[in-house]
Design a protein around this ligand. Structure first.
Ligand SMILES: Nc1nc2c(c(=O)[nH]1)N[C@@H](CN(C=O)c1ccc(C(=O)N[C@@H](CCC(=O)O)C(=O)O)cc1)CN2
Length: 297
């Protein structure tokens, strides 16, 4: 079997187009302009790239973009004061603090200082609790993007066996909650799971977010399974350059899977598209306007 490639880049473009339509309607019908504030502390090169993309794409869908770049040595008190200001700013509907933060800053403390209604990352403890109890939450962008791709690929997920490899707060745990919400039978596995290959082999859906280069091999994949690779690992490439590879060995896995996301061009682009979608959702909720269909779960 040769897997169908799930084109996250094209899917993300279609979501951004939908978001742009909703932004136009919010302006025409309600005089509203959704605004997203992104806070970057320090100069981590990858974070700088992501924050630049977020700002550019926010403007492309005609939302307001507020970028705050702070020096690496910013104190926790100063960062918390900025979050407080953004919480009170009526032009800001979504707040995102780019992770990772420099080690002297407590990211849990900072994230939990964000107004949960503006927490477009869905990382605030209130949103985690709402998602975990099946209530209306802000849903973390990467797992939201994965769920959208799975639904588009498979239709109903009800009753399917799903294995999530990786237990991070940003991807693994919320992904498991979302799959449970869609009535999958969910197993959470991780790098210390015994007989991991056998656990993965029983899955109709495999989501891998474990941060280990090409750890999941083709012979771990059940024939016809849908494989979502969230991994983003930089490895040496040709001519002294680096290249990006996932947590799944793409070549061998695509020989067995029914469908698979590539890296790059799979899950990554969905993350920013879902961030824009969450900002529209937050703006609607803040103003008592019915939320557009299809932008969240
Ligand atoms: N506050 C947050 N911090 C971080 C998040 C997050 O969701 N919220 N996620 C990641 C980084 N991230 C967005 O912030 C992100 C990662 C990757 C991509 C992406 O489009 N990747 C491309 C490849 C890009 C490249 O070549 O480097 C792809 O996979 O095709 C977008 C956003 C950590 N921090």
């Amino acid at each position: 079997m040769t897997a169908q490639i799930i084109d996250g880049k094209a899917f993300a473009a279609s979501i951004r187009e939908k978001v742009a339509g909703h932004v136009a309607r919010l302006r025409e019908d309600h005089g509203l302009k959704p605004g997203l504030a992104v806070v970057l502390v320090g100069e981590d090169p990858a974070s700088q790239v992501y924050v630049r993309s977020k700002g550019k794409m926010t403007l492309e869908v005609a939302m307001a973009s507020f970028e705050h770049r702070l020096p690496a040595e910013t104190s926790e008190a100063d960062l918390l004061a900025l979050v407080e200001t953004l919480n009170g700013d009526p032009e800001v509907h979504g707040i995102l603090v780019q992770l990772p933060l420099p080690p002297h800053l407590n990211s849990d403390l900072v994230i939990n200082a964000i107004d949960p209604a503006k927490d477009v990352d869905g990382f605030h403890i209130s949103n985690v609790g709402l998602l975990g109890t099946g209530q209306k939450a802000m849903v973390p962008c990467t797992p939201l993007g994965c769920l959208m791709m799975l639904r588009a690929q498979l239709g109903s997920l009800s009753g399917l066996e799903a294995v999530v490899v990786g237990r991070s707060n940003i991807v693994g745990k919320p992904m498991a909650m979302l799959l449970l919400g869609d009535s999958c039978t969910v197993t959470m596995a991780h790098s210390r799971t015994r007989d991991l290959a056998d656990v993965v082999r029983r899955a109709d859906i495999v989501v891998v977010a474990v941060g280990r280069t090409e750890m999941v091999r083709g012979d771990w994949i059940k024939a016809g399974a849908t494989v979502i690779d969230v991994g983003m690992n930089r490895v040496p490439g040709e001519g002294g350059k680096t290249r990006l590879v996932g947590d799944v060995d793409f070549e061998s896995a695509s020989a067995r899977a029914g469908a698979i996301t590539p890296v790059p061009g799979g899950v990554g682009p969905m993350t920013i598209a879902c961030l824009l979608a969450n900002t529209v959702t937050a703006c609607c909720r803040a103003n008592g306007i019915a939320e557009p269909e299809g932008l969240t779960v």
